[in-house]
Design a binder for this molecule. Structure first.
Ligand SMILES: [Zn+2]
Length: 316
């Protein structure tokens, strides 16, 4: 859910009920600063303690390297295991889809044996972070993914690892696009970037009169601001443009490339403002065509159904 940037940042892990992104989080920038401070303190002290407690160790028993991917794991992991192979394929998919050059920085995955060990480490090392199933934390020294063996590991890793690959190449990716791309590459490969939950909730919203609003999404700069519907919409814009055959894919890739070097890449909505084919109507058409049967009132986006409880939503 969150996104990272030039300093340090962390990303969430999705899925309606799957995700545990709490709306009362620190602002993205604020907690990035805190995470950076935390890491700096640990480095300066060279210590293994935190608040008088022994700091849980990072997974280090087993290490697998696959090109720019390094996995440190508590449990044995084969280089040719499906999990490692899938991440390697995902990396190639991301780079080829976005026409990005081979990044120089590796992404380090720390894979804990279980939730308890993972949670204890994250609590001690990143006390300001919310409880999540997985995190991406980027800093000047490391692009790190933290996750644990569990039922959702594959999904979590695809999402967080996507953030890692993006941040190894791009400097100033807007929050909405960072999350939209992570959601786009999160589904298993055979799903062709379609997440049923996104489709179902967006279809119901469209039936209720909802309209995509990219300029509004672009104003979101803090993780705490992003509601579940924002993640659905971010995915929808990315999916619609990258799957298009009218030039939208090239426009989005061109915009993403400006994020490689530009300190302030501007807004995508401005870059596509003159296009006659890119816009909210196309997003609605694309999403509606994916699964018309999902146009049911039985699925109501959480952000619409319970606005009074907005501060308690689980987001992705
Ligand atoms: Zn994310």
């Amino acid at each position: 859910m969150d996104a990272c940037l030039s300093n340090a940042m962390a990303r969430k892990k999705p899925g309606g009920s799957r995700c545990t992104h709490v709306a009362t989080l620190l602002s993205r920038r604020a907690w990035i600063q805190k995470a950076a401070i935390c890491s700096a303190v640990a480095l300066l002290a060279g210590c293994a303690t935190h608040r008088g407690q022994s700091l849980a160790d990072l997974p280090a028993k087993h290490t697998v390297r696959a090109e720019r991917l390094v996995i440190h794991s508590d449990s044995p992991l084969e280089e040719h295991s499906p999990l490692v192979q899938e991440l390697a394929e995902l990396r190639h998919d991301i780079l080829s889809t976005l026409n990005l050059p081979e990044p120089k920085r590796p992404v380090i995955v720390y894979l804990f044996r279980d939730e308890r060990r993972y949670s204890e480490y994250m609590r001690q090392k990143f006390p300001s972070l919310p409880v999540r199933r997985a995190f991406f934390v980027g800093s000047a020294t490391e692009l790190a993914v933290y996750a644990y063996h569990g039922d959702n590991l594959a999904v979590d890793l695809r999402h967080e690892y996507t953030h890692g690959v993006l941040h190894s190449s791009l400097k100033n990716l807007p929050l909405w696009l960072d999350e939209g791309l992570a959601e786009y590459f999160e589904p298993p490969r055979n799903r062709e970037h379609v997440n049923d939950e996104h489709v179902a909730r967006l279809a119901a919203a469209i039936q209720g009169g909802w309209q995509p609003d990219l300029p509004r999404l672009e104003q979101l700069t803090g993780v705490a601001e992003m509601q579940a519907m924002d993640y659905h919409e971010a995915w929808a814009w990315v999916y619609t443009m990258l799957k298009s055959d009218n030039g939208d894919a090239a426009r989005l890739v061109e915009y993403i490339h400006t994020c490689r070097t530009a300190a302030t890449p501007g807004h995508l909505s401005q870059a596509i403002a003159s296009s006659q084919t890119t816009g909210k109507d196309r997003v609605i058409q694309t999403v509606s065509a994916l699964d018309p049967s999902a146009l049911s009132s039985s699925v109501v986006p959480a952000a619409f159904a319970r606005p009074e409880a907005a501060g308690q939503f689980n987001l992705e």
